[in-house]
Ligand binder design. Structure first.
Ligand SMILES: [Zn+2]
Length: 410
């Protein structure tokens, strides 16, 4: 009986793999009712300057509810596109936002047959500043999306369906770029982000010159000395500054422990739960990510900055960063409402955000939440169709939850 059951389980997992292979080859999963179209949006006198027109069509006879941040938005707000220039990845430089579970107001409604049309200037959030052959693909998991009959948009094996376009190939001319530069200020720098292509980044590495009260030294004077945490606080009240300082201290402890676990080569349920079955290359990626996250968290000459002023429209989120602007972390209302430690805590949120910086671990927000992150580890720890975002070592929340380790696993 036992062996029969086992072989049945193996058989079904093989079948699931086969289904996955066939669906990932197609741009859109067979039963996904949301179709994505994309064309270059060109000005009459010019060629492609970085803007595309995206259409999302609900092809079903049921109303669809989709979190707004998974849909193209004229002002960006999340990493929806994968872009290459001459085959090389083009960096996303827009906001990376740690979202909570969406509320009613966070959903867009698509009636049966309805098409939503949006022009997106990709040069706002992506480092599109050089001429070349561009390839643009939209790909975003439909997490929390549903149809009016209550069905969620998942593949047969339980992954979120993707809101995915076919690749769009575009040529960006040097002459068009020059004309655009003359007529507009343009550029991808936003919200204090650095100039794409040539960012001036502070060095990454452990600062050994300061921090006499390092993590693991619970001396009685540490409250008065700020736990040895020397960060920069912007627009924070005294109370919030104190909370943020404690959160950094606790995040340092989390990342130190996580780094130690991986440096020791431990493969326990804590690892497999968040990073999937053991595979040397993936383990090494997770380990390197935590070496980098821990080093960044330990920077102690004011490099890490906590900005308590959240952009309007993002107040409900936990926090956000611009990945090419280390180590500036903007914290929002859900951060202040979160516990200091444990799942989706203040300390864990800082791990999540720190992992986003390109020079730290370069993670994305492919899926959110413990269920989404764990399912990624179960079903798809490596990649989806060559997309590094869609892997456990490319997803920020997998790092946060591994660091928080709540509930405790070994
Ligand atoms: Zn994030």
């Amino acid at each position: 009986m036992k062996s029969l059951l086992l072989s049945a389980v193996i058989g079904s997992s093989l079948l699931a793999t086969a289904i996955a292979a066939s669906t990932s080859a197609a741009p859109i999963a067979k039963s996904n009712p949301l179709r994505v179209g994309m064309v270059a949006a060109t000005a009459p006198a010019t060629g492609f300057l970085g803007a595309v027109e995206v259409t999302i069509t609900n092809t079903s006879n049921k109303t669809a509810r989709v979190p707004k941040w998974q849909l193209p938005n004229a002002s960006g707000e999340s990493e929806l596109f994968r872009i290459t220039r001459d085959g090389q990845p083009v960096e996303y430089v827009g906001k990376m936002v740690k979202r909570g579970v969406p509320k009613a107001k966070d959903f867009a409604i698509l009636r049966p047959g309805q098409t939503i049309r949006t022009v997106v200037d990709l040069s706002i959030d992506y480092a599109i500043s050089q001429p070349g052959q561009y390839s643009v693909t939209m790909a975003k998991p439909l997490q929390w999306a549903s149809l009016s009959d209550g069905s969620s948009l998942k593949t047969p094996r339980g992954d979120f369906m993707l809101l995915q376009s076919a690749p769009l190939n575009l040529w960006l001319n040097a002459s068009d770029l020059n004309n655009a530069a003359l007529s507009t200020t343009g550029g991808a720098a936003r919200g204090g982000s650095t100039v794409p292509g040539n960012p001036t980044l502070p060095p990454l590495g452990r600062d050994t010159s300061a921090n006499p009260n390092g993590a693991g030294d619970p001396g009685p004077l540490r409250d008065r000395s700020g736990f040895g945490v020397n960060a920069t606080y912007l627009n924070c009240s005294a109370d919030r500054q104190a909370l943020a300082r404690t959160a950094i201290k606790e995040a340092r402890t989390y990342t130190e422990v996580a780094k130690g676990y991986l440096n020791a080569g431990t493969v326990g349920t804590r690892y497999t739960w968040w990073f999937g079955t053991f595979l040397t290359a993936r383990y090494n990626s997770a380990k390197q990510n935590f070496v980098n996250i821990d080093a960044a968290m330990d920077l102690n000459a004011g490099q890490v900055s906590i900005n308590c002023l959240c952009d309007p429209g993002f107040e409900d989120s936990y926090a956000y960063v611009y990945p090419n602007d280390p180590y500036k972390i903007y914290v929002c209302n859900a951060f202040w409402a979160a516990p200091m430690l444990g799942t989706d805590s203040k300390a864990g949120t800082l791990i999540h955000e720190m992992s986003h910086f390109t020079i730290v671990a370069d993670t994305d927000d492919w899926v959110y939440g413990q269920t989404g992150a764990h399912n990624l580890a179960l079903s798809n720890p490596n990649q989806t169709s060559g997309n590094p975002s869609a892997s456990v070592v490319g997803n920020a929340d997998n790092h946060e939850y591994f660091g928080e380790n709540t509930p405790n696993r070994n």
